[in-house]
Design a protein around this ligand. Structure first.
Ligand code: FES
Length: 180
């Protein structure tokens, strides 16, 4: 005759399964780390790594984040208003003065590409998603200690000492960029 399982027995059994599964996962993780670490590329190979990104689907006002050498890179297609603001900003009021034209490549004013790491203590700033706060200067806002970056990724307010870094990149076609 089939034995009936009560709810309590069932949840006890689920707990045992879960415990066994997590112990197994820790074991695999511990073993996996040594294995994966031994497969990591040498530092010089990593330094050469580049990544190609198709930017065709990005509409004006939108942004995407890609990973490059383990870091987030923000790619924003700026609106005419964002470009104008970045161009007309007063460099004499900036902590790390740099003209907007020096932060874009190949005369592609719409496209801003910056490493998405706050130059204060390394948080990832907000402002990539439409619903996220972009700070007082319409670029990015780092909530860790309140740094505000403008639509050129330049530091305008808060403790960060320098602008968001522009990585080496180039357009290999109108719709593809190569970072690194
Ligand atoms: S890490 Fe961004 S403000 Fe401190």
């Amino acid at each position: 005759m089939a034995k009936k399982t009560t709810k309590t027995q069932q949840s006890k059994r689920d707990f045992l399964y879960l415990t066994a599964a997590s112990t197994g996962a820790v074991g695999v993780a511990a073993f996996g780390w040594a294995f994966i670490d031994s497969m990591n590329p040498a530092a010089d190979t990593l330094a050469l790594a580049s990544t190609e990104v198709n930017i065709a689907p990005i509409e004006p006002g939108q942004a995407i984040t890609v990973m490059w050498r383990g870091k987030p890179v923000f790619i924003r297609r700026r609106t005419p208003e964002e470009i104008e603001k970045a161009r007309n900003a007063d460099l004499s009021t900036m902590r790390d003065p740099q003209s907007d034209t020096d932060r874009i490549v190949d005369g592609k004013d719409e496209w801003l590409v910056v490493v998405g790491i706050c130059t204060h203590l390394g948080c990832v700033p907000l402002g990539q998603k439409p619903a996220e706060i972009k700070g007082e200067y319409g670029g990015w806002f780092c909530p860790c200690h309140g740094s505000h970056y403008d639509s050129s990724g330049r530091i305008r307010k808060g403790p960060a000492p320098t602008n968001l870094k522009v990585p080496d990149y180039e357009f290999i076609s109108d719709t593809v960029i190569k970072i690194g």
